[in-house]
Design a protein around this ligand. Structure first.
Ligand code: PAF
Length: 279
């Protein structure tokens, strides 16, 4: 059974002996419904620090009113078993009342990096993510925190905030974990019917083919238009498919700096995001 803390004083108390022994701590923040992608974060965390803390908190402030907060999968008991098996030392699972007590008012606004791509379609999302992640980092004060590259823009938003606020924490990005059929693992994949899932496979396939076309020197605008058509043909309602500078997320039509393809769209009512390095 994994030791669990449900408020900031419990989590800090549990970590006192580690601090006294000078042990390093790596932190993996999650919203639960854990899958192999999360487990890759835990195993990377274990390689880099003596102690690993994971959090499970379905953060209400990063969901817009029309999004899936109430139906987001919650599987605390199974998650606890997975974390224990993976050798995680401590679970932090605070309640919403503990994280956002009456009178809570501070919001972290990450600036321009949060206004492109996802920020256009989910304008309040990254404020919620940045605020909760800064709170979690300050509550736990780890040496390092690990985030999946599946949420590539989130990773860059967190790097920006940690840099701007001088938080003394290394932010580590961990590569996307995919199922054998290519679909990037996500807690939201459980929403997909078997038929939807078949259509959803067009997303990683399109990213792969578009990346290959760009690498082969094809016109970037045409490669993106072809990719978009492929997604629409498969039944996607596409929010965006774009080639961006991998450091700034600014849209680019030249391929001279590290670049990444990012895409988002709906299959039915399920919104999927994915991304791929080009280079
Ligand atoms: O990626 C997630 O699961 C969440 O956005 C995070 C980082 C745990 C913040 O709620």
């Amino acid at each position: 059974m994994i030791p669990a803390a449900t408020n900031v004083s419990e989590v800090r108390t549990a970590m006192v002996p580690w601090r006294e022994a000078g042990e390093t701590v790596a932190f993996v923040p999650t919203m639960g419904a854990l899958h192999r992608g999360h487990m890759a974060l835990i195993s990377n965390a274990k390689k880099m620090a003596k102690r690993v803390v994971a959090s499970i908190f379905v953060n209400p402030t990063q969901f817009a009113p029309n999004e899936d907060l109430t139906k987001y999968p919650r599987r605390l008991e199974e998650d606890k078993k997975l974390l224990a098996e993976a050798g995680c030392d401590l679970l932090y699972a605070p309640s919403a009342e503990n994280m956002y007590p009456a009178g809570f008012a501070t919001v972290i606004d990450p600036g321009p990096i949060a206004t492109v791509l996802e920020g256009i379609f989910r304008p309040t999302h990254f404020r919620g993510v940045a605020t909760v992640v800064v709170k979690l980092l300050l509550q736990i004060l780890p040496d390092a925190a690990l985030f999946g590259e599946k949420d590539y823009q989130q990773l860059l938003v967190i790097r920006q905030v940690v840099r701007d606020l001088n938080l003394p924490i290394h932010i580590i990005g961990v590569p996307i974990v995919r199922d054998a059929d290519g679909l990037a693992l996500s807690s939201r994949n459980v929403y997909l019917s078997p038929a939807d899932r078949q259509h959803a496979l067009t997303l990683p396939r399109t990213l792969k083919e578009t990346a290959a076309a760009i690498q082969a020197g094809r016109d970037i605008g045409i490669a993106l238009a072809n990719g978009m058509a492929q997604l629409v043909d498969a039944g996607f309602s596409v929010d965006y498919l774009d080639l961006v500078n991998a450091a700034t997320l600014m849209s680019t039509r030249t391929f001279d700096a590290p670049a990444r393809l990012l895409a988002a769209g709906f299959i039915g009512t399920t919104r999927l995001i994915d991304n791929m390095e080009v280079g």
